[in-house]
Every structure is written in structure tokens, then in C-alpha cells.
Design a protein around this ligand. Structure first.
Ligand code: PRX
Length: 632
């Protein structure tokens, strides 16, 4: 571990009390009272929140909970709804009709402002376009787009029609995209000719062409052509703009059961194959609505800037669904935080008067590296609330984030997952803050730190994080893999196991220490060691590989790969480069190992399983723990 990293994990004992004006403005002023009510009367609590939204038919029961292998949790049983009705129609009926829903900012500074009314009309057009080409309720549609408004329009159009969207992050390679299209058996893929990243065009349509070559389920590819001269289309392709122009602006939202799937999102686990996490209309709607409102203290006058990409869960829940359910104005920015210069985000905050900024610890550390002078150049006085997500935030980055934004703002360090759909552990604006801690559970959530057998652990002892009871935005299942879903609840005592290691201090504050399994967080991106290893092994010269996450001062973790070459091959810079290229081809640039070490031996159990834990301990110079199962 580098000295810099050890330094950055130093404990900070300072506690920050919320200021009076923050508490006065907050939706929730007394956390303890609300939390107590939520735990004692969970169905009343969630039912009241659901009552703030509009339903076509009301639920017969708030929650039906059986063991996962019997059907799991059903929320708002028997209710009928459509999440887009609450994101769009509910606002268009009111004064919010002409309010800005999306302020989009391009890398070159270009701008588009889309009102709620305009967004609804575009979503309807897109739903009609999809219906026209045969997309029906329950069909899957893969969305492979850069951060442009059409990405949000396409997601909402699928939901309006009752189709299931599968957004794939546009940084994934053709092979990774193909695997996801295959598994989902998508009928349609929506893409663009180009996504802009640091001034360069990433040719997304070429990647889609390569991916769909072997995907027989795909009937049509819809293409947004942004460049001039326009790229040529293939017989399977449809031009987005032409089809949208012809489509009607009216489309009645499909009447969905509360438990009908809304979207699937692939995420990495401990095995090589990514899992398609399914979320549904009813519970997900309630969970994302209320967490956005209470955690960020979102009010009608606010502008929220969540810097995530809708290719990941944060973008789904806190760019698209949560803010739109609340009728908020969102900033949606294409490109990197430090291009054309490190003032990019600070400039956006000044220009649009952003009130809420929600980003990742990696992005904060990156901006911190460029120094205080960048935020100092801008007027950030409209900021009222900060948030972070995706990985543990080191106290130094936390303190810097607060300092450069005026030393007065609350920071919501929000812990949650693709599977949880919504924020589960987080401060609220009215709670005191401890740098590096995600604070306490959101109302209605019952987390616990336990040992392997489910026994609760005393304060400050690290253990497995479990959630004792279901919550509304929890995943419904894993697509085509109910056993994998059941495992989340079967491993420890019928609790939900998150896969994280954490401790709780004497005040009940949670401190996250990393993953307990083979999941790595690189710059907050979630990757599985097994999928990286399988990409490496697909190289002709590689016999075996093992990957570990190694602490990194900027990215949180980076990938280190150990590689055994096949007989007849010798380690060389050429092969090193080739293996990196192979990973880029199979998965994408985010999965490229920072370090590759050629080796002739890997620690294995007697049954042949690689013990990554031993490799990691060796790498970090610490004791490997129990090695009794290690082969001779
Ligand atoms: O390890 C935890 C880490 O991110 C994992 C979930 O990753 P993903 O499904 O990609 O979702 C990320 C965005 C919600 C968790 O198991 N994680 C997320 N937020 C935090 C965190 N670790 C520490 N502190 C957080 N605030």
C-alpha cells in the first residue's frame, strides 16, 4: 500500500453538526422519531409514502414477504401504475408543465433545455416509434447511448410502453455489449453514431454493428445520428430523428402491475457472467422517489446535478427516476469532469446555479489533485447539498469537498447497490456527520453487522453487512437466474447479504471497509475478478490468471493481474500490451489491469480454487489469514 493511501485513510474524529437553517428547511427534522415509526409500523410508513404518488389502482396489501425461493417480496400487492405517469403526466397536469426537466450540457458547451411537457411529448413519440416496430409489453430493449437526452427519453419510452430497458454503459466493448444483448434477448438496440469523450468521438454504432452480428433476437437498431455528414444506415437500422418526426405525440401509459419489470441492469458478481438485476414499477418508484426527496432535501426550486452515467444504477435512480418523480430540474452533462479543463463541473455549477451535487469519491479525488484554484475561480454559492456514492470516501477527500464548496454544506455519503435500487444507509440533512461514514440507515431499513453465522457483532468490530427486512426498491430477481437471487437471502440466516464488510461505531454510524467477495471497485465502477480473468485467459498465450483489487490513492482500487503463460511463451512487454488490448476488447477500457505480473505459480486450494485472498495479502504485505486449505 502506498504511503499516500495509508495517509488518506487516517481517522478523523471531528463531528459536524447540521446548521439550524439546514434543519429548518429539511423535510425530515427529527430522524430518530421518523426512524422509530418506520420500524414499528413499516407497512403504514411505506403506504403513506406511496400515497404521495398516483396509482391507477390502489394496492390490497403494502408488503407480502415470503422466502425468496417461494417468490420473495411483493410490494404494493395488486396495485396498478406506470412509473412514467408519476415522472411526467403528474407534473404536466400542474404548473410544472413548463418547468425545465433536463438541462443538458455538451462537452463543447452546447446546451439543450427540455421542459416536462416537451419531455412527455418526446417520450410518447419514442414509445410510438418502438410500438410501430413491434415492441410490446415485457420485450427487452438495449440502450447503448452516451449521456444525451435521448438516453433518458428512450428509457422512459420503454417504461411507458411496458417494455423492459437494459441500459449498457457506453464504455463497454462490443463483446461485453453482445453478452448483455444475448442474455436479455433484446428485440431492439438504441444507439448513436458517436459519443463524445475528451473531444474525441467514440464510434458507438460501429461497436453495435459488431455486437449484433451474432444476436439473432435483434430485429431493429435505432440510430441517433449526431454527426455531419450522416453515417450510412444498414437495412436493419432506423433513423431516430426521422421516425420520431413521424410518430404521434400521444401515447397512453401501459397499465402495469406494481410488480411488473421496469428495467434490467447488468452488474458484476463473483462469477464470470454479469447478472441482470430486475427492478419493478411499483416498489422502485416509491423507493427512489422518497430517498431523492429526503436525502437531498429536494424542493421544487432546486437544480440537481448527479454526475453519474445512466449506464449504472446511480444514473437510473438519481438522474432519471428519483428526480423526475419529484418534478425536479436535472443537469445532465456529457463528457469528463476535467475536459476541456479541470473547471468543467465547477463552471456548470456556477452557470446554472446548481444546488445539489452528487458524485463519486474518485471524481472528488481527481478534482482535488488539480488543486483549490479551480473551484476558487467559480461562484459556487448556490450549492446547498453535496453527495457521494459508489465507494468509501476517505476523510481527506470528504474534508476537501466540503472546504472548496464553502465549508458549510452537508455531505450525504450514500451507501447502496444496483441490487438495492435505492439509497439504504446515509445521513439525512438533519443528522450529524462524521467524515468517512455513511451514517445511519434510511427510515424503514434495518441493517446489521454480523459474523458468518449471523450473530450481531459489537461496536467497531468489522463484519458482514446484512439487511434484516425487505425494502420497496429491492431487486425483484436476477433475470433467468432465480437461484442466484435466492443466494442473497440464503447465505446468512435469511437476511439480505450485501457483500460488503463494514463496522458500526458506538453511535451506530456505519463505516465501510470494502467488499467481502471478489468484486472490485475501480473508480467506483463495479467489476468482478472472474470476468477480468476470463478476458485475460481468452488471450492465446495465457494459461491461467488471477486478479485482485489493489488500493489506489486516486481510483480507490486498481486491478492487478497475475498471469501464467502457456508453455513456449516468455514474458515480454509485447505480451503485456497484448493482454491489456485483449481485456479492452472483451470488456472495455475500465477493466484494463493497472499492473500485470507474470508468474509461474498461483495459490490454490486443494480442490483447485484460486485463493485471491493469499495473493492480495502478499501484495499488501499483511498476514494471509487461514491458509489450511492451501495446496502443498
Ligand atoms: O461496495 C459497496 C460500494 O459499491 C457497491 C455497489 O456497487 P454498485 O452496484 O455498482 O452500485 C454503486 C452505486 C450505488 C457496494 O456493495 N459502495 C456504494 N456506495 C458506497 C460504497 N462503499 C462505501 N461507501 C459508499 N457510500
Amino acid at each position: 500500500m502506498s504511503d499516500e493511501h495509508v495517509e488518506s485513510m487516517l481517522k478523523v474524529d471531528e463531528v459536524f453538526q447540521p446548521s439550524k437553517d439546514v434543519i429548518e428547511r429539511a423535510w425530515i427534522k427529527d430522524y430518530e422519531k421518523v426512524y422509530k415509526h418506520s420500524i414499528e409500523n413499516p407497512e403504514t410508513f411505506w403506504g403513506e409514502i406511496a400515497g404521495e404518488l398516483e396509482w391507477f389502482e390502489k394496492w390490497k396489501k403494502v408488503l407480502k414477504w415470503e422466502q425468496p425461493w417461494m417468490g420473495g417480496a411483493s410490494w404494493f400487492v395488486g396495485a396498478k401504475c406506470n412509473i412514467t405517469y408519476n415522472c411526467l403526466d403528474r407534473h404536466v397536469k400542474t404548473w410544472r408543465r413548463n418547468k425545465a426537466a433536463i438541462i443538458w450540457v455538451g462537452e463543447d458547451g452546447s446546451e439543450r433545455i427540455i421542459t416536462y411537457d416537451e419531455l412527455l411529448r418526446n417520450v410518447n413519440r419514442c414509445a410510438n416509434m418502438l410500438f410501430e416496430i413491434g415492441v410490446r409489453k415485457g420485450d427487452r430493449v438495449t440502450i447503448y447511448l452516451p449521456r444525451i437526452p435521448e438516453q433518458i427519453i428512450a428509457m422512459l419510452a420503454c417504461a411507458r410502453l411496458g417494455a423492459v430497458h437494459s441500459v449498457v454503459y457506453s464504455g463497454f466493448s462490443a463483446t461485453a455489449l453482445q453478452n448483455r444483448i444475448h442474455d436479455a434477448e433484446s428485440k431492439v438496440v438504441i444507439t448513436a453514431d458517436c459519443g463524445y469523450q475528451r473531444g474525441k468521438c467514440v464510434p458507438l454504432k460501429n461497436i453495435v454493428d459488431e455486437a449484433v452480428k451474432d444476436c439473432p433476437s435483434v430485429e431493429k437498431v435505432i440510430v441517433i445520428r449526431r454527426q455531419e455528414p450522416k453515417i450510412k444506415l444498414e437495412p436493419k437500422d432506423i433513423d431516430w430523428h426521422e421516425a420520431m418526426e413521424k410518430a404521434s405525440q400521444k401515447f397512453e401509459p401501459a397499465v402495469m402491475d406494481s410488480e411488473d419489470p421496469l428495467f434490467m441492469l447488468y452488474t458484476s458478481g463473483t462469477t464470470g457472467k454479469p447478472k441482470g438485476v430486475i427492478h419493478v414499477h411499483g416498489g422502485y418508484m416509491v423507493g427512489t422517489y422518497i430517498t431523492t426527496k429526503w436525502v437531498f432535501d429536494l424542493k421544487d426550486e432546486d437544480i440537481m446535478f448527479c454526475t453519474a452515467d445512466p449506464g449504472w444504477i446511480t444514473g437510473h435512480s438519481y438522474i432519471v427516476y428519483g428526480p423526475l418523480l419529484n418534478g425536479a430540474t436535472i443537469i445532465f452533462a456529457e463528457g469528463a469532469p476535467d475536459f476541456p479543463d479541470p473547471g468543467r463541473w465547477w463552471g456548470i455549477i456556477e452557470r446554472y446555479g446548481v444546488n445539489i451535487l452528487y458524485t463519486t469519491p474518485t471524481a472528488i479525488r481527481l478534482l482535488m489533485k488539480y488543486g483549490d484554484e479551480w473551484p476558487e475561480r467559480y461562484d459556487l454559492s448556490n450549492l446547498r447539498m453535496l453527495g457521494t456514492v459508489g465507494e468509501p470516501i476517505n476523510p481527506e477527500a470528504w474534508l476537501w469537498y466540503r472546504k472548496v464548496t464553502g465549508s458549510r454544506l452537508p455531505i450525504m455519503d450514500t451507501w447502496w447497490q444496483t441490487e438495492t435500487g435505492m439509497i439504504l444507509i446515509t445521513p439525512l440533512p438533519c443528522t450529524k456527520l462524521k467524515p468517512g461514514s455513511a451514517a445511519r440507515p434510511f427510515p424503514g431499513i434495518e441493517p446489521m453487522i454480523v459474523d458468518r453465522n449471523g450473530n450481531p457483532l459489537p461496536a467497531n468490530e468489522g463484519g458482514f453487512l446484512v439487511i434484516k427486512k425487505p425494502w420497496p426498491a429491492m431487486m425483484k430477481t436476477i433475470y433467468k437466474d432465480p437461484e442466484r437471487y435466492a443466494k442473497y437471502w440464503q447465505t446468512i440466516n435469511g437476511f439480505y447479504i450485501a457483500g460488503d464488510v463494514a463496522r458500526q461505531d458506538e453511535d451506530g454510524y456505519f463505516f465501510f471497509m470494502g467488499r467481502a467477495d471478489d468484486v472490485i471497485k475501480v473508480s467506483g465502477y463495479r467489476l468482478g475478478t472472474a470476468e477480468i480473468e476470463s478476458a485475460i485467459v481468452s488471450h492465446y498465450a495465457v494459461a491461467e490468471s488471477a486478479c485482485i483489487g489493489k488500493p489506489d490513492a486516486l481510483k480507490g482500487e486498481v486491478i492487478k493481474a497475475f498471469v501464467i503463460l502457456k508453455q513456449g511463451y516468455k514474458p515480454s512487454d509485447f505480451l503485456l500490451d497484448e493482454i491489456k488490448k485483449q481485456v479492452r476488447k472483451e470488456l472495455g477500457p475500465i477493466a484494463i489491469p493497472a499492473e500485470i505480473e507474470f508468474t509461474e505459480w498461483l495459490p490454490k486450494t486443494r480442490s483447485g480454487k484460486i485463493m485471491r485472498r493469499v495473493l492480495k495479502a502478499k501484495e499488501l504485505g499483511v498476514e494471509p489469514g487461514d491458509v489450511s486449505t492451501l495446496e502443498e
